[in-house]
Design a binder for this molecule. Structure first.
Ligand SMILES: [Mg+2]
Length: 206
């Protein structure tokens, strides 16, 4: 029996559509605050990241907590907003492929991202291919971050697609495994060139 045609592409944002240099982010913030970067580095490796990604902290609460970890400096929101996203660069190599998939009208594109309201507000107008996406499922809005199954269920619901007809690309193998456990065709994203090979193998492109 033929496999069902895979017609839904669930895509991660960070290190797929945009690169994020987290060490640079901490360095930029610590330099602005003239503070030791270690407490912030440590906090972002742990529970704070999950709380930020799952929307447990408001944008202002994120700013306040980061400022506290930088020795109690006060960085006003407009400045913090830019600094907090100062580590992003676009992965322009994948954009032509996303444009092409969208133009084919054979693929439903859905974003599945662990992010926060500040990053999302900064990135949305700067990542032009996002206009092609049927839905953007962002962790801070659904209050569930990858690898939790809830975020994948929400993405499938919004795509109106069963898991067997969806593929998911992420740079983090743990998240790919979580999607695969739900029956989604999970693939680890590495480079634009490898992405092409994987898309062909999944039948998205000839
Ligand atoms: Mg990522």
């Amino acid at each position: 029996m033929a496999l069902p045609r895979i017609d839904t592409l669930l895509l991660d944002l960070g290190n797929v559509l945009v690169f994020h240099d987290n060490a640079l982010l901490v360095r930029n913030l610590a330099e602005r605050a003239a503070a030791d970067p270690a407490p912030l580095t440590e906090a972002l490796r742990g529970e704070l990241s999950v709380m930020i990604n799952e929307g447990a902290l408001s944008p202002n609460a994120i700013r306040e907590e980061v400022c506290r970890l930088l020795g109690g400096v006060n960085i006003p929101m407009p400045e913090f907003f830019e600094l907090w996203s100062s580590h992003f660069t676009l992965n322009e190599a994948v954009f032509p492929r996303i444009d092409q998939l969208a133009e084919s009208k054979r693929v439903k594109l859905v974003l599945v991202s662990n992010t926060n309201a500040l990053h999302w507000e900064w990135l949305l107008p700067r990542v032009p291919v996002l206009r092609h996406f049927t839905a953007c499922v962002v962790s801070h809005e659904v209050h569930a971050a990858k690898p939790r199954p809830e975020i994948f269920h929400e993405a499938l619901f919004q795509a109106r697609t069963p898991p067997t007809r969806a593929a998911f690309f992420d740079d983090i193998p743990e998240y790919v495994a979580a999607a695969s456990a739900l029956g989604i065709h999970g693939r680890v994203f590495t480079t634009a060139e490898h992405f092409d090979v994987q898309l062909r193998e999944l039948g998205f492109i000839p």
